[in-house]
Design a protein around this ligand. Sequence first.
Ligand SMILES: [Fe+2]
Length: 298
Amino acid sequence: MRHDLELGYLGIEVPDPATLAPFFSEVIGLVPGEPVPEPASLTWRNDNRAHRLIVRSGPANDAGFVGFEAVDGSAFDRAVDRLRRGGYDVISGSADEAAARRVRRVASTRAPWGVMVEIVEAMETARSPFASSLVPGGFLTEGLGFGHAVFATTGLDESHAFLVNGLGFSQSDWLETEIAEGLVLEVRFYHCNARHHTVALARAPFELPQRLHHLMVETRDANDVGTAFDRAWATDLAIPMGLGLHGNDRMFSFYVASPAGFLVEVGSGARAITEPWTDNRLYESTSLWGHQPMRATA
Ligand SMILES: [Fe+2]
């Protein structure tokens, strides 16, 4: 596996970014990132990068863009070349656009699942080192990126081709499970470094109101998942999946609904991708144990 890319950041658009501030800061345990030039935008981070989550003001109430950070300049060039050779229309960003993302270079293209994909080089480091009093063990990001993002799409086949042929990701495994009588959930998981999946895609039976199903952040210490669960439980936010263990990536985690609707998974202890990867297989259930629906939206 060539390790060229990591999940750099996720951009979310909601009518009022401030409404997500208590959720990301006080429930998930992220810390504020560096300011961005757009009015009303707020950022958060889970390590020393300037920002990992950019929440800007707008009507979409969904993910708007996702940034993949190239590990160096030649990895950036390879990623852009691969996309162009794959027939995807890649636009090179201006110096101002790169500065707004706090990167040296940015290039963008629209993913078939409807979100802008940005390839970036050299994300800036924040002025102060990362520390979260709520997540004392910190987050696992070194060589792995921010976390993972899962999108729902009616265009799963085109999206698969874009990820594999355009971005150079590899499929880790896939899930097909009946979630209701006659309703099969299909999810495909993709890696671009040792993280089991940086992106996963769920086949949507029709256009859903949100493309972003969930964002995952991984703590170094499993106890920090437990204390995050306690903080989520103390709110009235929905907890669609309580503590449990996924079968494919062996992640110990839970899922809490953000005030904007998309979920955040807080997990720990996932297994890493090793080469040669010979475990690209079907899973017929999401979890080895747990992950039961705990609480619906109040
Ligand atoms: Fe996940």
